[in-house]
Ligand binder design. Structure first.
Ligand SMILES: C[S@@+](CC[C@H](N)C(=O)[O-])C[C@H]1O[C@@H](n2cnc3c(N)ncnc32)[C@H](O)[C@@H]1O
Length: 318
């Protein structure tokens, strides 16, 4: 029988009653209304042979009571979330009547045990592979798998400024998780490259302007990022004060840049103004510009990176 759309015929009603008129089938349905289980797990829970359980599962599936899901070699069953009205009504009567029977409680206790064994299997996997998990994770998903997803911790209506956005790498990472990203740079060439990278990001706006006179209103941002920019700014206090102005009170600024280093050739080669920064310098500037709760973190160097070690300093607009 295939359960049909209402109105149900007399034949439908009798077929639905017949479908439920078997104690093994109702035991299986009571379990599958609560848990998703494989044939073997059901056999253990109801203590019946596989041939019996499989036969009743086929009957119930054919009658539209169950949905199934395959995972590897296993097939999992559960009660169909949407039943035809007549089936739903009859099922409620049966479930309410049988749900309180001692045998049902026994089946449930065994099903719970079966499910806890599933958990034990995953625990065994991790206790035997603890030493190799890092390599396995990298092998399966990549060395930085899932880290970008951590940005989903951001409120999805947050407005973030990418100050000194360059070609838009940072904006591109932030955009999927933010309400809006306002990317600012003084170089029209860099902004053109950013436009090419970000043209499909509808929540990113590019603005041309200087960090020392940001094209942003007071309190327009919830958060701001200055990534690999501050070492180009002759007067960091001027840029950090502007960042404070355009943040809402309580908004947060993150500065990512190089720790103090000795590579003087970067001035000539890349126009750097500062050879990185010390923690004391950055802390003092942020405090001077109206930021509190200042934090500093050294960042782990990426394997193979040739440049100086980076830091991330943050402060809250007071
Ligand atoms: C090295 S790029 C970094 C870009 C990007 N933030 C990143 O992490 O890839 C530095 C950018 O800062 C911009 N910049 C430097 N000084 C600036 C200033 N005073 N005002 C606005 N933009 C500035 C440059 O035009 C350049 O695009």
């Amino acid at each position: 029988m295939r359960i049909k759309t209402p109105p149900a015929t007399a034949a439908d009603i009798h077929a639905t009653i017949a479908s439920l008129a078997d104690p093994t089938r109702t035991r299986l349905l009571l379990l599958l209304g609560r848990y998703e289980l494989s044939v073997n797990e059901l056999c253990a829970a109801v203590q019946l042979p596989q041939s019996t359980v499989s036969r009743h599962l086929k009957h119930l599936s054919d009658d539209g009571w169950l949905i199934t899901r395959s995972e590897g070699p296993s097939r999992y069953y559960r009660l169909a979330p949407r039943l035809e009205p007549v089936a739903k009504q009859l099922w409620q009567v049966v479930r309410d009547g049988l749900g309180a029977q001692p045998e049902t409680a026994q089946d449930e206790a065994r099903a719970t045990q079966v499910l806890s064994e599933r958990r034990t299997r995953s625990q065994e996997f991790f206790s035997s592979t603890a030493g190799q998990w890092d390599a396995l994770r990298a092998d399966l998903f990549g060395a930085r798998a899932g880290f970008a997803g951590l940005l989903a911790l951001l409120d999805d209506d947050i407005v973030i400024g990418d100050l000194g956005c360059g070609t838009g790498i940072v904006s591109n990472e932030l955009a999927p998780y933010a309400g809006r990203v306002i990317a600012v740079d003084e170089s029209r060439e860099m902004l053109s490259a950013a436009r090419r990278r970000l043209h499909e990001r509808e929540n990113v706006e590019l603005r041309c302007g200087a960090l020392e006179a940001l094209p942003l209103d007071d309190g327009e941002l919830d958060a701001a990022v200055m990534s690999l920019v501050l070492h180009y700014v002759p007067e960091p206090v001027a840029a950090l004060s502007e960042a404070r102005r355009v943040l809402k009170p309580g908004g947060r600024l993150i500065v990512v840049d190089m720790m103090a280093h000795g590579r003087a050739e970067y001035r000539e080669a890349m126009g750097h103004v500062w050879q990185g920064f010390t923690q004391e310098q950055v802390h003092a500037w942020l405090a001077e510009c109206g930021f509190g709760r200042v934090r500093w973190r050294g960042l782990a160097a990426e394997p193979g990176a040739k440049g100086p070690v980076l830091f991330a300093a943050s402060g809250t607009a007071m």
